[in-house]
Design a protein around this ligand. Structure first.
Ligand code: UDP
Ligand code: MN
Length: 787
């Protein structure tokens, strides 16, 4: 009855209007044909719901990580087949050759789905940062930081540990069971990507300019648009289709051929970041390590896996079981997928240097670039073989890579190390931008455009992706904390540091905002090729490994550039406990020598701080030859680079670096007066801060200095001379301790017996006397003590 009342009078009219609109809308939709994105969205939703249900069920069954070998999961298989069928129907593709040449376009997942895809992170106890409203970011006080990262201090073996308040958390990531379907949508091959607005008419000179060179194998037909499906790329979705294609008569192309497809872009326009994720064949949801999950070595293979560990200093056995084009979770902050990117980005040459890299990781690195980079932006991949010794990296690698037209191998005749190997790669590069990557990485979806965008916006910006962790033990892909920047501590030790919470709040820093870094980690970055050469590239005098990230970082900042981490670009990297390759010379000495070169060229007076932190022995030119620095010093002058003081004050003010260990007046507790240096002789006077002659410094090199004059202990005569400072002389050095037995004593370093600086009781001069802990005449106090 009540219901009927609604259908009376104006209610009836309203109901009629409503029903009519619905019917009209349905017709309209049918007429327009559902856009692929809607279909995909629907598919996606259904899958996500199914997925969650399945995950719940699976969780009950098995809360552990996926074991290897994996049991076949019939349900998931059916689900995948269904998806495949539906997608094929949507595209009206015939089935023949479906397994070749598919392009998977990673669908845009809603924030929630993305969250469920994320693995809990050993580096990120507070993974809520991403999900919290960006205006009120929360950074956990119990910050877990990744230490050691890619650059251990010289002489110390790299040891990757995760520490939380100084505690080791161990090396295994939290294990979770995660099932993800292949949510990918397949785009038929022979596909031309076109920008929505420019469409086909946009095939102008600008777009032709970006056409890739023709591959050397049989894919010429790619450039003939006759039989091609057209995929429109509009501002919202990459894969809004759809001009139905004619039934295919030619075999499907190899994915690499697709990389040579033409992307037509409108000059000056914007498009949504391309989240490409191509695969060689449909992904096996059960393959070990699929979706970036942890894989496990079966008990009977443990011995084998242990035996093979040294080949790469990670789980080489497991890596071999994982598909070369496995999926990994899209760990980008949600805002990244919505980002608009300029259409006319520069192209890049990706340069991988390697020496005795493990086969499976090298391939996975290369495929991750091929599969997840917009083809028109990827000019080439250069593999620089730094004189590897492994056989499989010769003919077998040549044969494999010859199938991939974009990949070129450059062989170095002798081992140069990664620095000169990168220079060799750069010299061959044809792209506008150089992108250097380590040879055991996995690029995540959408990794490239955000990097190139920064270089495009300002050619002096050097863009680094967020380096995520591929676990060396279980090969899982783990995201890292947000708001991390690359820093260094003395003596030039690279590390990560979280941007303070207050700063984030005050400046309203968003999780996807680029982060300026005082130094880069070194392994992965994009730099404008011309700018790289303007900066003189790397110092070619740096050997093998180490210090080059410091060199390039200081050079970039001090000579007018900037270094940024781009949170929308993410690349996984296997952090290894040890270098799996040998060093032609002693490892420790090689790294120390590199660092000394960097210090001499770039640190000005601050090089003393470097040497003062455990590297005083490098000052002894008899025991180490750091090589000729003339060219490097000349380059710095030519580029009119700023001072290191400027760098510290403007780029990295957080690094509080006092000019000396102690300085100011030097007060003696016995005579209760201050040391004074006048006309090369030492005496005492009533303390007066305004008097230049009373100001001394106890330098980082442990010299007692007044301007260029140093107090030089004469051990045999037990007196103190004043000489022009010579940093290389060990007997100019004093040990000054504030907290040990001989607190506040100045102990002559070159003397075999403990001889201390003592004030004459008549306060007329200073002498060297055997150290006495209680003597006030041997106790000295500096106005400022920074140590
Ligand atoms: N590399 C090289 N020659 C060398 C040392 C390293 O080509 O003498 C390569 C190595 O294969 C890797 C990259 O340079 O692709 C960085 O080296 P590594 O991964 O050992 O550095 P880390 O990540 O530990 O800093
Ligand atoms: Mn590496």
């Amino acid at each position: 009855m009540k219901f009927r009342r609604y259908l009376r009078g104006s209610g009836r009219v309203l109901a009629f209007v409503f029903i009519a609109s619905v019917v009209w809308l349905l017709f309209d939709m049918a007429a327009l044909r559902l856009s692929i994105s809607d279909v995909n969205g629907q598919l996606l939703k259904e899958l996500v719901i199914k997925e969650r249900e399945l995950a719940k069920r699976e969780k009950i069954k098995d809360t552990n990580i996926r074991k290897y070998p994996v049991h076949r999961d019939v349900e998931a298989e059916t689900r995948l087949n269904l998806l495949e069928k539906t997608v094929v129907e949507v595209y009206r593709q015939e089935k023949s050759g479906r397994n070749r040449g598919e392009v998977n376009v990673q669908p845009k997942l809603d924030t929630k789905t993305q969250q469920t895809m994320k693995k809990p992170n050993r580096n990120e106890p507070n993974h809520d940062v991403n999900t919290k409203p960006e205006s009120t970011p929360e950074v956990n006080d119990k910050k877990v930081v990744l230490v050691g990262t890619t650059k251990p201090p010289a002489g110390k073996k790299e040891n990757i540990v995760i520490v939380s308040h100084g505690e080791k958390l161990g090396t295994n990531a939290t294990k979770v069971h995660q099932i993800q379907p292949d949510l990918s949508t397949k785009i038929p091959q022979n596909t031309h990507f076109v920008n929505n607005s420019s469409h086909l008419a946009g095939l102008d000179s600008q777009s032709k300019q970006h056409k890739q060179e023709k591959p050397t194998n049989d894919v010429q037909e790619l450039d003939q648009p006759k039989d091609n499906t057209v995929i429109k790329v509009d501002d919202k979705h990459l894969n809004i289709a759809v001009k139905p294609s004619h039934p295919r008569t030619t075999p499907l192309a190899h994915p690499d051929e697709l990389l040579n497809s033409t992307f037509v872009r409108k000059s000056g326009g914007l498009h949504k970041v391309m989240s490409l994720d191509m695969t060689l064949k449909p992904r096996d949801a059960h393959a070990p390590g699929q979706f970036g999950q942890a894989a496990e070595v079966p008990p009977d293979m443990l011995e084998e896996s242990r035996r093979r560990w040294p080949e790469g200093h990670f789980n080489v056995f497991l890596s071999e079981q994982i598909p070369v084009d496995r999926a990994i979770p899209d760990t980008r902050p949600p805002a990244c997928g919505e980002k608009l990117i300029p259409d006319n980005l520069p192209t890049t040459s990706v340069i991988f240097c390697f020496v005795d890299e493990v086969w499976s990781t090298l391939l996975r690195s290369v495929h991750s670039v091929l599969n997840r980079s917009p083809p028109h932006l990827l000019k080439e991949i250069l593999l620089v073989d730094d004189c590897s010794t492994k056989d499989f990296l010769k003919d077998k690698l040549d044969a494999y890579m010859s199938q991939l037209p974009k990949v070129r191998i450059i062989r170095l005749k002798e081992r140069h190390g990664l620095i000169r190997a990168r220079l060799a790669g750069a010299a061959e590069a044809k792209g506008d931008v150089l992108t250097f990557l380590d040879s055991h990485i996995e690029c995540n979806v959408g990794w490239l455009e955000p990097l190139l965008e920064r270089v495009y916006l300002d050619r002096r910006k050097v863009a680094c992706p967020v380096i995520e962790v591929i676990n060396d033990n279980d090969m899982s892909y783990t995201m890292v904390d947000n708001f991390q920047r690359g820093i260094f501590k003395w003596p030039l030790v690279f590390g990560w540091s979280t941007i303070p919470r207050d700063y984030i709040k005050k400046h309203n820093v968003k999780v996807a905002d680029p982060i300026r870094c005082p130094v880069m980690a070194g392994g992965l970055f994009s730099i404008d090729k011309k700018y790289f050469y303007e900066l003189g590239g790397y110092d070619p005098g740096l050997d093998v490994w180490g210090g080059e990230n410091m060199e390039l970082s200081f050079k970039i900042w001090m000579c007018g550039g900037e270094i940024e981490i781009i949170p929308c670009s993410r690349v996984g990297h296997i952090f290894r406990g040890e270098n799996p390759y040998g060093f032609p010379k002693d490892r420790q000495k090689t790294v120390e020598r590199n660092l000394a070169r960097v210090a001499e060229v770039w640190l000005d007076d601050y090089k003393e701080v470097f040497y003062g932190h455990g590297y005083l022995h490098l000052l002894d030119k008899k025991s180490i030859d750091i090589g000729n620095l003339t060219e490097q010093i000349h380059l710095r002058q030519k580029l009119q680079c700023k001072s290191f003081k400027w760098y510290l004050e403007s780029v990295y003010p957080e690094l509080d670096t006092p000019p000396a260990k102690a300085e100011g007046l030097v007060f003696n507790k016995g005579v209760r007066k201050c040391l004074v240096l006048e006309k090369d002789s030492l005496a005492f006077e009533t303390c007066d801060l305004s008097k230049q002659s009373q100001l001394f410094s106890y330098s980082w090199l442990r010299t007692l200095r007044h301007n260029a004059s140093c107090l030089s202990p004469n051990v045999t005569e037990r007196r103190v001379a004043v000489e022009t400072c010579d940093n290389t002389k060990r007997d100019h050095r004093w040990l000054y301790q504030t907290s040990k037995v001989l607190a506040e004593h100045l102990i002559a370093e070159g003397s075999p017996r403990n001889l201390c600086l003592e004030a004459g009781s008549k306060s007329d001069a200073v002498y060297l006397r055997s150290c006495e802990a209680s003597s006030p005449f041997q106790k000295w106090h500096f106005t400022h003590n920074y140590a």
